[in-house]
Design a protein around this ligand. Structure first.
Ligand SMILES: Cc1cc2nc3c(=O)[nH]c(=O)nc-3n(C[C@H](O)[C@H](O)[C@H](O)COP(=O)(O)O)c2cc1C
Length: 273
């Protein structure tokens, strides 16, 4: 696969993976391409834990599901992420960022725009929506053949200092390499991020992974091979929309947005631009 193709096809996976284990060769390739990323002074501050132990995956899945239920039930999720949700195709088309929230559980469809109101929150809780979402999420994580924890060496990762910024930058590059490699291998990848929203849950995951004092647990991903036919999950977080050039690129100074390239969206897509 050509690099440009892999870049264009890279996606976040929201649905289930095949139950097949990820081959040892593919697991090795994923962590090897991660280490090909650039890092400040070649410090390589990243560390990875490959988790294929069933009991550990299931314990982590329970943390994920329960933390998702918690942040949906107490409203933290909607408070924290409100600015990212788009409720109409028109809004999405104008802003070209965020996530199109068209996949609410059907019973809440009439309330789409009020989803952030206390009344809708109370209704959702009464209908047990947080529990349903959490259980869906637990199953997705538990059904993943491989989890990958990403850690940083605290000798380099010093928040507030340049070295801390550099470490995060390098980790991002390493994770992007993994993300792109999944595209090449017919695999998918998704953040398991809800436990990060609940500090006690994150601490329990650190214990589960036996993270030593000199490392910081930064992120957990679930990975696996993709089925041929992808069903959409109850809430679909992925978004193929991207800002137009003048919305994020400038020429010579921030005062001059780069003009839109010529041609329609469809033509540009065809030309690979
Ligand atoms: C820092 C960061 C955090 C993210 N957190 C989550 C997450 O918690 N759950 C999830 O499913 N996707 C997560 N994503 C993936 C984004 O939602 C996704 O990249 C974006 O919607 C664009 O979709 P795409 O990756 O399919 O192009 C995250 C991505 C980044 C870079």
């Amino acid at each position: 696969m050509e690099l440009y193709d892999a870049l264009r096809r890279r996606r976040t996976t929201n649905g289930p993976f095949l139950p097949d284990p990820v081959s040892p060769e593919h697991q090795r390739m994923l962590v090897e391409v991660a280490a090909m990323a650039p890092s400040h002074l070649n410090s390589q501050p990243w560390r990875f834990v490959l988790v294929d132990d069933r009991e550990k995956i299931e314990a982590l899945a329970r943390e994920s599901g329960e933390s998702m239920t918690q942040v949906f039930r107490d409203g933290t999720f909607f408070k924290r992420y409100r600015p990212y949700f788009r409720f109409s195709k028109k809004e999405m088309e104008e802003r070209r960022d965020g996530i199109y929230f068209d996949q609410l559980p059907s019973v809440l469809k009439p309330f789409t725009r009020q989803v952030f109101s206390p009344a809708a929150q109370a209704l959702m809780n009464r209908l047990g929506v947080p529990k349903t979402l959490g259980e869906d999420n637990r199953k997705l994580v538990a059904g993943s053949p491989l989890l990958l924890a990403v850690l940083l060496d605290k000798a380099e990762y010093r928040p507030g200092e340049l070295s801390g910024f550099y470490s995060i930058f390098g980790m991002g590059a390493a994770v992007e390499n993994i993300w792109l490699m999944t595209t090449e291998l017919g695999m998918g990848i998704q953040f398991v991020s809800f436990p990060m929203e609940v500090p006690e849950s994150w601490r329990r995951i650190q214990n589960l992974l036996e993270v030593p004092d000199d490392l910081e647990l930064m992120a957990v991903y679930r990975l696996g091979y993709l089925p041929e036919e992808k069903r959409r999950p109850s809430i679909d977080w992925t978004s193929t929309q991207r800002k137009r050039l003048p919305q994020y690129v400038f020429r010579n100074s921030c005062a001059t947005p780069e003009p839109e390239p010529e041609g329609t969206d469809a033509q540009r897509e065809e030309n690979g631009r």
